[in-house]
Write a protein that binds this ligand. Structure first.
Ligand SMILES: C[S@@+](CC[C@H](N)C(=O)[O-])C[C@H]1O[C@@H](n2cnc3c(N)ncnc32)[C@H](O)[C@@H]1O
Ligand SMILES: [Zn+2]
Length: 297
């Protein structure tokens, strides 16, 4: 039996463009999205659209990381971050309607928080991780989800989004700029050097925060955006052993942490600092398509 078009995807049909020919619109037809040239993209039975076809994604979370993220975020530990993201996003969204794009949406945790705050907005989460998208497609009844690699040109028309979210995820400044409306905002969340510092002290294999990260971020975004407001969110949390394990398993550290790390002191419960910067950026008018390379986290 063909998969039905998820209701949250329907309002995006006008905004999506065929990923293969880039210009044509997509229409829903027998469990798939098709363009008039015959390019076809399946809708997974888990509710996300499979727009990334044919090529391997450059990066993305595996199933174990996505499951750990689901479990950890369900503890509410990052709820203050989610509230900050929602507040920053809300400033750019019209009272009626509004379109929110979440690049590297993961399980849809932040997108759903933003949509909760904006009762008339619709959201689309893009990610390469199909396991994460299974959760994202269920995260909110106004959130659609699709496979996409943020380092490729987005399968979206120009100037369609009021907000682009980028929370701990890879960035493509030129595409963020292209798909944002002139009055829209880009909201970027990234860790400071103090984020989870206590865990980093205990587990040497954990990926460290690049001390030049802020400079790199600024350099990559400056041709397209200017910062309007930056908020620092920092607070201590007390974590249980399983929560520490999930926190490690959902970060890039998951690939570096060894069996010895996982059986040692690193997984003991304890107090850990959460410390991030959240910035809302306004797009420059016209942008400067200067060929800058996409920017990884
Ligand atoms: C650290 S997680 C953050 C997820 C989510 N924003 C959150 O904070 O819960 C990074 C996310 O980016 C996704 N990702 C990595 N590389 C990507 C790429 N090239 N294109 C799209 N998503 C990507 C991963 O699959 C993962 O879901
Ligand atoms: Zn096409």
């Amino acid at each position: 039996m063909p998969v039905l078009l998820p209701p949250a995807l329907r309002p995006f049909l006008d905004l999506l463009r065929c990923p293969a020919c880039r210009t044509r619109r997509l229409r829903a037809d027998r469990g798939a999205l098709r363009c008039t040239a015959g390019h076809t993209f399946d809708i997974a039975r888990h509710g996300y659209a499979g727009l990334l076809t044919g090529t391997r994604a450059t990066s993305g979370d595996d199933a174990a990381m996505a499951r750990a993220r689901d479990r950890f975020l369900a503890t509410g530990t990052y709820e203050p971050l989610r509230r900050t993201v929602a507040r920053l996003a809300a400033g750019a969204v019209p009272q009626r309607g509004g379109t929110v794009l979440d690049a590297g949406c993961g399980t849809g945790y932040y997108l759903s928080g933003v949509l909760d705050r904006l009762p008339a907005a619709r959201g689309l989460g893009l990610d390469t991780s199909v396991r994460a998208l299974r959760s994202a497609a269920r995260a909110h009844d106004r959130a659609a989800a699709a496979t996409w690699d943020v380092f490729r040109p987005f399968p979206l028309a120009d100037a369609v989004a009021d907000v682009v979210l980028d929370v701990f995820a890879p960035r493509n400044p030129a595409e963020f700029h292209r798909v944002l409306r002139p009055a829209g905002r880009l909201v970027v969340v990234r860790p400071t050097a103090r984020h989870l510092a206590e865990l980093r002290g205990r587990i040497p294999a954990m990926v460290t925060v690049d001390p030049h990260k802020e400079q790199r971020l600024h350099r990559a975004l400056a041709p397209f955006f200017r910062a309007a407001v930056t908020e620092q969110v920092e607070y201590p949390v007390s974590l249980t052993g399983p929560q520490v394990r999930d926190l490690l398993a959902m970060t890039p550290s998951a690939h570096h942490v060894t069996g010895a790390d996982l059986t040692g002191d690193g997984l003991l419960p304890g107090r850990v600092t959460v410390s991030v910067l959240a910035t809302a950026y306004r797009p420059h008018r016209g942008g400067e398509e200067n060929g800058l390379a996409p920017h990884a986290t």
